[in-house]
Design a protein around this ligand. Structure first.
Ligand code: GLA
Length: 671
């Protein structure tokens, strides 16, 4: 189902002030005395916004049709009195035991037929009619009860849809898949054509014969796999929309959202598709503690989230104050790291900073996950930093509503991610994100902002457009990218892009079919490299993963391979197109090689860093409609760094003195 957006709910930003601050609040785990202390500590920390009731269904409806709202009424009233606004949950992310006992058919089934049982969370399939009946039921009861409550600002629908399990293979899922296929393809002959079922005698006589792509003797039909990924993303979203339809009916003015997991680690869901049904984009992000460049992955996630939000401000719904509990070794955040992380999200467009969770649990499987109030209580480094962050965010109120300025776009497509990594490709070492993140990293280190956008998004106004491993692409999206070059942008396209259409059918006549003309090249044959093999390029650099037989068809060679059988074959080409240019990269250069290419692209396109600063400083600029601009300078290095900017440092209230001390942040309201 799709949601009726007009007249549409009010904006969440009309319901919270400044940069909203808080986290998940699970008061049901605590006695009254602790809940009262919570209110004092929240005041001290400057908390303004909390997600409440996410996992509380079994407490709110202890037996079918009997309700206990006493504790939640009190919590909501107390938060309202404290001036704190609430993202109230539908409580559907963990069905109660009585429901599972009565209707075990709601449980998820995996590809190998395993039924996932209760005792954890998220133990339901979104295609279960019974589950949807109960989930919309509790949603309606909660909505009716709190629709006029002064604390209510936003509906928090379910929680991290698709977390833990994102593909479901039970009988109801199979039936929903078939119905979805019928709507998508219209007729079984159209499906047969789209899936290329003439191959291996896979032709279907009717939709009833189709199953989800479960266990099979060998590789499964790629069209079936791709459509199942599309369906699985849609099924969770359709469930979301059904809950929101109830909320709209009861509280038409209150916006709704759910927390996404946009990052390098979440491939399952097409968030660009989801975005149209969310009233505001909310994202959860967790660092991988052992990654020394985790702040760069954070930037990637935040840039992607902003792209999903179409550039509008978004909510950081969860991150951690310190360690998590679900990585192999859960390192705490270093002193100051939480502030840098939080402000890096704000720098990249977040207008709300929230954590999982307010108070660290003493029982249950997340008891060693950090929180705003640690086990050791108020007198702790973490709580002091939480108070400090609250004060810092208060100073940043003027930033709210401004938008991040970028001259560079990186094209990003979940469908291309899926299609490029389905089995039976020329090389398993071609990973959708690898080159994309290598370029993002290089631009990050240069202080050059990047928007991460869908291939169909308007590319107008970008001077540099990067298209990495966009294996599958529609005609319209390919034309959109070509238009950007014609209009004057410098466009870089990397190998294994434009190979297939949306059905994963190869575009014939030489690779890369969708971009051959734009690039002025033609490739007859791929030469993927064996693991560990490095090729020498004409500029002396090395490359790995991929090479191919590029023939020039209008483009000029900028760099070539040097080794048999590709001696003198172009590895990097440039084609003048209209007012711009289209570059093609046919291999994976080493880090120096990536830098050399980015040097060329930056010089040609004229894109610039947000400011000039010493190495180690993360830079972005947000600009308000009225022209005011805010430069975020986050010093990730161990020494003081110079930043050339002038204006008022909002965090200190003093004029910016030209340097940011080690590990610190400056947010400069520029003159
Ligand atoms: C997710 C969930 C939270 C919590 C955190 C822990 O983001 O939404 O409920 O489990 O992970 O990191």
């Amino acid at each position: 189902m799709t949601l009726q957006q007009t007249p549409g709910p009010e904006s969440v930003w009309s319901k919270v002030e400044g940069i909203a601050y808080g986290g998940d609040y699970n008061p049901e785990q605590w006695p009254q005395s602790v809940r009262l202390e919570d209110l004092e500590l929240m005041k001290e920390a400057g908390v303004t916004f909390l997600s409440v009731g996410i996992f509380s269904w079994a407490l709110l409806e202890p037996t079918e049709g009997t309700y206990d709202f006493g504790w939640l009424d009190e919590v909501m009233d107390n938060l309202a009195s404290a001036g704190i606004r609430v993202a109230l949950a539908t409580a559907t992310a963990a069905p109660p035991a009585w429901l599972v006992r009565k209707h075990p058919e709601i449980l998820p089934v995996t590809a190998d037929g395993t039924v996932l049982g209760p005792g954890s969370r998220r133990h339901y399939t979104p295609s279960s009619a019974v589950y949807r009946r109960y989930a919309t039921g509790i949603t309606r009861v909660i909505a009716e009860r709190y629709k006029e409550h002064p604390a209510l600002a936003l509906w928090h629908v379910d929680n991290e849809l698709g977390c833990h399990v994102s593909e479901f293979y039970g009988p109801e899922d199979a039936a929903a898949f078939r119905a979805w296929l019928e709507r998508r393809h219209g007729s079984i002959s159209a499906l047969n054509a789209a899936w290329g079922t003439a191959f291996w005698s896979q032709n279907y006589g009717s939709f009833d014969e189709i199953l989800p792509p479960g266990a099979a003797p060998s590789t499964l039909n790629p069209g079936q796999q791709l459509d199942f990924k599309r369906f699985s993303s849609w099924a969770l979203m359709d469930y979301y929309c059904e809950l929101v339809a109830v909320l709209r009916e009861v509280t038409p003015g209150t916006p709704a959202t759910t927390n996404l997991m946009a990052s390098s680690g979440c491939k399952a869901l097409d968030y660009f598709d989801w975005a149209k049904d969310l009233d505001v984009i909310a994202n959860d992000h967790y660092l991988v503690a052992e990654d020394p460049e985790r702040h760069i992955e954070l930037a990637f996630s935040a840039d992607l989230t902003r792209g999903i939000a179409g550039g509008d401000p978004w909510i950081l719904m969860e991150h951690s104050t310190s360690a998590v509990n679900w990585q192999p070794r859960n390192q705490p955040k270093m002193p100051g790291e939480m502030l840098r992380n939080s402000l890096a999200h704000v720098a990249r467009g977040a207008d709300a900073v929230m954590f999982f969770q307010w108070r660290q649990s003493f029982a249950g499987s997340e008891k060693f996950h950090s929180a705003m109030v640690p086990h050791a209580g108020r007198d702790t480094r973490v709580f002091r930093e939480v108070v400090g962050l609250g004060a810092a965010l208060k100073q940043l109120a003027p930033v709210r509503g401004s938008r991040v300025e970028s001259q560079v776009a990186i094209v990003f497509d979940y469908e291309a991610w899926w299609a490029s990594e389905i089995d039976s490709k020329p090389s398993q070492d071609v990973k959708y994100l690898d080159l994309l993140r290598a370029f993002h990293r290089s631009l990050f280190l240069r202080g050059i902002s990047v928007d991460i956008v869908h291939p169909s998004a308007s590319l107008e106004g970008y001077s540099l457009v990067l298209v990495c491993t966009l294996y599958s692409v529609s005609d319209a999206a390919a034309a959109n990218i070509a238009d950007a070059a014609r209009a004057g942008a410098t466009v870089l396209i990397t190998y294994f892009s434009g190979i297939a259409d949306e059905n994963d059918h190869v575009r014939l006549g030489g690779y890369p079919g969708a971009f051959r003309e734009l690039l002025g090249v033609r490739v007859e044959e791929f030469h993927p490299l064996l693991q560990g093999v490095q090729l020498k390029l004409s500029d002396g650099g090395l490359s790995s993963v991929w090479s191919e037989h590029v023939q020039l068809a209008g483009a000029e060679a900028v760099q070539t391979f040097t080794q048999y059988p590709l001696e003198d074959v172009p590895s990097l080409t440039r084609n003048t197109v209209g007012d711009g240019a289209a570059w093609y990269l046919a291999t994976f250069p080493d880090p120096d090689g990536i830098e050399a290419i980015v040097d060329r692209l930056v010089a040609e396109s004229g894109v610039a860093a947000a400011a000039s600063a010493d190495a180690g400083v993360e830079l972005t600029r947000r600009r308000a409609d009225d022209g005011r601009s805010f430069l975020f300078a986050i010093n990730h290095s161990q020494s003081s760094a110079t930043v050339h900017a002038s204006g008022l440092d909002l965090l200190t209230g003093d004029r910016f003195g030209g340097s940011v001390s080690a590990g610190s942040v400056a947010v400069i309201a520029e003159d």
